[in-house]
Write a protein that binds this ligand. Structure first.
Ligand SMILES: Cc1cc2nc3c(=O)[nH]c(=O)nc-3n(C[C@H](O)[C@H](O)[C@H](O)COP(=O)(O)OP(=O)(O)OC[C@H]3O[C@@H](n4cnc5c(N)ncnc54)[C@H](O)[C@@H]3O)c2cc1C
Length: 414
């Protein structure tokens, strides 16, 4: 298997076109850390405007089908777009949009033709960004235990309940959620999956300030929320995949989230982290010599490089499995588990190299302008979202068939 990517002259010409367009359209301060809520809002709106401009060219969701407003591009073009976006410090989409990325992939698999035509174009054009609303106080790892109720009433469903640890700042035009539609039916056969207008009456968002600073979408999104549904009316048309079939529908985006998502294919976050640590070690003088001259530091740096490279190869392997339509099993959970444990291991490895400077984002003392302090928090926090590290092991065991008559099948991606 050859993972190396090579480009034709036509593809290189496309790269130049993308590079020139991004140079013209990406605001120079897009990655600035906001100093006030007003500035945060301005930068968020700049990202949304950029998203719409990318969407108009089919570059926001480059591989999504053209008939629903996506780019319809091939894999190589999409990778060029990702690489060029990464050069200017953004991802695609350039804002937190886990709901859009995972939700659109799910609607493509489970939606009717009418639902695809209604819900997908606004996502692919960047007009709607979305959050995924799954976890509840009694349904985190045990997601099938969701208690949020959806009750049919004529042409609508009335949804009541609460979701926790969800979303980010600035609200969302779209939400997708998992609800219980029949408490009397067996587990996994009583859930339903909805695509919801995030501005519907009866939705309340209560911010939670957590210590993570997760940087999904190239944007710092330290905030999560509790979202309350108080008799929210949702058209029955927005039920995706049929009533009480929600667990199977959810298995699609869980699969994408665990480790088959397109956006991770380049391993850019890992590479950036490596570069930050390495640059810091080259530039920082301790005991009269650069940190990088210390054999113990060099040893640690080599270990960090190896682990991050293995992580990148897991992601690339997974992406290849999906794009080449190969059989999938435990590989998504495997990549997720490795990513989470690597992040946790890195907190210690980096702290050993950098010392107490790893624990502050004070502009004068914080290593790598505070970026490494962010890693200390994220490395711990990222063990939890999208299924904890323990749960990834549970999924792997089921998929391999440990303790089961038959191995569990992977969620549908097409
Ligand atoms: C930063 C962050 C972002 C998040 N983003 C979202 C989001 O966008 N949308 C969303 O819906 N949710 C989100 N979540 C919620 C996340 O999915 C849950 O926190 C996670 O699934 C764990 O659920 P819990 O917190 O209820 O912990 P619990 O499920 O109560 O687990 C507690 C502990 O028990 C362990 N455990 C539980 N069951 C088992 C088992 N069977 N075997 C072994 N160990 C087990 C867990 O690993 C964990 O260590 C986010 C969470 C965080 C921290």
């Amino acid at each position: 298997m050859d993972f190396e990517i090579r480009y034709t002259p036509e593809q290189e010409a496309f790269r130049q076109e993308v590079r020139a367009w991004l140079a013209e359209h990406v605001p120079p301060d897009i990655n600035k850390t906001p100093e006030s809520p007003e500035e945060a809002e301005r930068l968020y709106q700049a990202r949304r405007a950029l998203g719409r401009a990318l969407g108009a060219r089919g570059w926001l969701f480059p591989m999504a089908p053209k008939e629903y407003g996506g780019g319809g591009m091939d894999l190589d073009q999409a990778i060029i777009l990702l690489e060029e976006a990464d050069r200017v410090g953004i991802s695609l989409p350039p804002f937190y949009d886990t709901g859009g990325i995972l939700g659109s992939g799910t609607i493509l698999v489970w939606g009717t033709e009418e639902q695809k035509r209604a819900f997908l174009p606004p996502i692919y054009r960047g007009e709607v960004r979305a959050w995924q609303l799954l976890s509840e106080p009694s349904a985190g790892s045990d997601l099938a235990n969701v208690k949020t109720r959806a009750v049919r009433d004529g042409d609508t469903y009335v949804i009541t309940g609460q979701k926790i640890f969800v979303g980010s700042d600035h609200g969302a035009e779209g939400l997708f959620t998992l609800t219980c539609t029949d408490p009397d039916r067996p587990r996994h056969e009583n859930l339903s999956w909805f695509w919801i207008d995030g501005r519907s009456p009866g939705i309340t968002i209560q911010p939670m300030d957590l210590w993570g600073g997760s940087s999904e979408g190239g944007q710092q999104v330290g905030r999560k929320n509790i979202v309350f549904f108080d008799q929210v009316r949702v058209p029955a048309f927005n039920l995706i995949g049929g009533e009480n079939n929600g667990w199977r529908v959810a298995s699609t985006h869980l699969e994408l989230e665990h480790g088959f998502g397109f956006t991770r294919v380049l391993g850019t976050r890992a590479r950036r982290l490596w570069q930050q640590v390495y640059d810091y070690c080259c530039a920082t003088i301790r005991d009269g010599r650069p940190l990088v001259a210390d054999p113990a530091v060099r040893d640690r740096l080599a270990q960090i490089y190896i682990r991050l490279e293995i992580q990148r190869l897991f992601e690339t392997r997974n992406f290849w499995l999906v794009s080449a339509r190969q059989p999938r099993s435990y590989e998504g959970a495997q990549a997720s588990y490795y990513r989470k444990m690597t992040g946790l291991w890195l907190t210690r490895a980096i702290a050993e190299i950098v010392g107490p400077f790893a624990f502050t984002n004070d502009p004068e003392w914080g290593a790598a302008e505070g970026y490494l302090e962010l890693q200390q928090r994220d490395g711990v926090c990222d063990v939890h979202p999208g299924g904890t590290a323990d749960i990834q092991k549970v999924v792997m065991a089921r998929r391999i068939g440990i303790g089961r008559a038959e191995p569990e099948r992977a969620g549908a991606l097409a």
